[in-house]
Write a protein that binds this ligand. Sequence first.
Ligand code: HEC
Length: 202
Amino acid sequence: MRRIVMAMSAWLAACSGTGDGAATTHVSRTNGGPPPGQHFELGRAATPAEVAALDLDVNPAGAGLPAGRGSASDGAKVYARACASCHGPNGEGIAPLYPQLVGRDPAGETFDFAKDPRIARTIGNYWPYATTVFDYIRRAMPQTAPGSLSADDTYAVTAYLLAANKVIGAEAVLDSAALVNVKMPARDRFVRDDRRGGHEVR
Ligand code: HEC
């Protein structure tokens, strides 16, 4: 505590310019934070385990996928327990808050979302990668307890939703290799945005 108080008084002295020695250096920063080269000495460095618990993202190519596996049939149980209360018993969604997850028309898929706002975007007709469906569920769902699903349960519920959308078979079992190999129906509807900073390069 004493070190924190000392660090803060040095910082205050540096701000007001009334301290002595190095602390009298004029500080023109007005947006808070310690002077350059100093720090508040509050808190502590995060442990590797704490960083690992948050460092969960999976990219479209599948980098970051955890070990584990799950079947669509096991995923049906996870879905009923953890997802159906919001997304409906069959993934039909509950308007207006809870999005539809299942629903696809393989025969008439036109990707006409811009022309017809009534067409629901679902995992089956809109998401370009199965890996990022897994990633989103793992990090964000169930909405009231994100991070509570095991890796196996996340593979299973992803398999269930992909099977319900007729992207994979009802008997499918997913692990990291199988997930990377799933080609989503909308995969080729998206192009990589290679504009610099998101703006067109002229
Ligand atoms: C408490 C309600 C609730 C529960 C339970 C819940 N979700 Fe969600 N889910 C939401 C809401 C709300 C959104 C929209 C979030 C947004 O757009 O920011 C969402 C969005 C999603 C999406 C993205 C939909 C899209 O295409 O944009 C997926 C996928 C999803 N949830 C899967 C699941 C799965 C799988 C479970 C069970 C493990 C689950 N959710 C449980 C409320 C819930």
